[in-house]
Design a protein around this ligand. Structure first.
Ligand code: NAG
Ligand code: NAG
Ligand code: NAG
Ligand code: NAG
Length: 287
């Protein structure tokens, strides 16, 4: 009894994050798409300071090994350019006393696109009028991979996503046909599928959107300043209530966009919409 009790006391005292867990950041995973050449995909994750980390890219053309840079409990490297194709296994190895390794399997190289905005983008494939026909086509596009960030807000700009709603996945009718305004975005999917049919190489789709949100919540403090909106906040603590949620400036930028800045992407499509116009109507009486 006694030793067990001592052990449990120890468990309670030491916070979980004191054990530096060796892993990839939240938005790396099996079945993912990394940005192809000529861009260079960034890989990063968490490691013990002082350890040596390297990454092995294992594919049909052989293996490639690259060293990562470790600082502040994080490792990071920029891959040499890789042409479109795959699959690859990507293994990150932490050398030394805390030896550990993590492998991502079935990784493709292609174009990665971020799909953001509000309900126009959140509108799901299961909501389009010929949904069942569209959903039944999903298995024909195994090289279009999907990922979705979870809905989160933060007062601080975050380094990693707090939560993932849909980890990198090969599309299926079930995954694409979620509940209304959940996943997967009709516009994002149809855009990616069309790109794939045109380009003929893998496409990765990253959905990060939230219905009914004003564009100020998605904007960085720097962007707001450029639009002279930040001053407005200083004067009146400019927030917008909708469905009981207060959308302060930059809260969605902080939690759902800023963390993705270290993901190498080809581009972003943004489908904002009515909320910002409604927003203007709401503030008009005070202008
Ligand atoms: C990746 O690893 C899996 C499991 O070990 C293996 O079956 C597969 O052949 C590997 N793929 C490549 C491209 O090396
Ligand atoms: C669904 O409807 C749209 C608009 O009419 C059409 O372009 C598309 O081909 C249809 N999709 C399928 C799978 O039938
Ligand atoms: C991107 O990575 C660099 C180097 O690890 C880090 O300093 C920076 O904070 C990261 N940026 C974001 C937005 O997480
Ligand atoms: C603005 O509103 C937020 C959210 O209600 C609150 O946390 C913050 O303290 C307010 N800031 C100022 C300067 O009043």
């Amino acid at each position: 009894m006694y030793p067990l009790r001592a052990l449990c006391l120890l468990c309670a005292v030491i916070p979980v994050n004191a054990f530096d867990e060796f892993r990839f950041a939240s938005y790396y995973g099996d079945h993912m798409v990394l940005q192809k050449a000529p861009e260079r995909a960034v890989l990063w994750g968490y490691a013990s300071d002082g350890s040596k980390v390297f990454v092995i890219l294992e594919g049909q053309q052989g293996n490639k090994k690259q060293a990562a840079y470790v600082q502040n409990g994080m490792w990071r490297l920029t891959l040499d350019p890789v042409n479109a194709g795959g699959p690859y296994n990507v293994t990150a190895v932490q050398q030394g006393p805390a030896h550990a390794q993590v492998t991502l399997t079935d990784v493709l190289f292609g174009d990665v696109w971020l799909c953001g905005g509000q309900s126009n983008m959140a509108f799901t494939l299961s909501q389009v009028f010929n949904a069942s026909e569209e959903l039944s086509l999903a298995p024909k596009f195994p090289q279009v991979r999907i990922f979705m960030a979870a809905l989160e807000m933060s007062d601080q700009a975050l380094t990693d996503l707090p939560r993932v709603e849909v980890p990198w996945s090969v599309p299926s009718a079930e995954l694409l046909g979620g509940k209304e305004f959940t996943y997967f975005s009709a516009v994002c999917w149809l855009f990616g599928r069309n790109l794939y049919e045109t380009l003929g190489y893998p496409v990765g789709l990253v959905e990060s959107c939230w219905g009914g949100t004003p564009v100020e919540a998605w904007s960085s403090p720097r962007a707001l300043q450029k639009c002279s909106l930040e001053e407005q906040e200083d004067n009146s603590n400019y927030t917008r209530p909708l469905l009981g949620v207060v959308w302060s400036n930059s809260v969605l930028w902080n939690a759902m966009i800023h963390p993705l800045l270290n993901m190498t992407i080809q581009g972003a499509i943004w489908y904002q919409g009515e909320s910002s116009q409604w927003g203007l109507l709401w503030v008009e009486p005070w202008l």
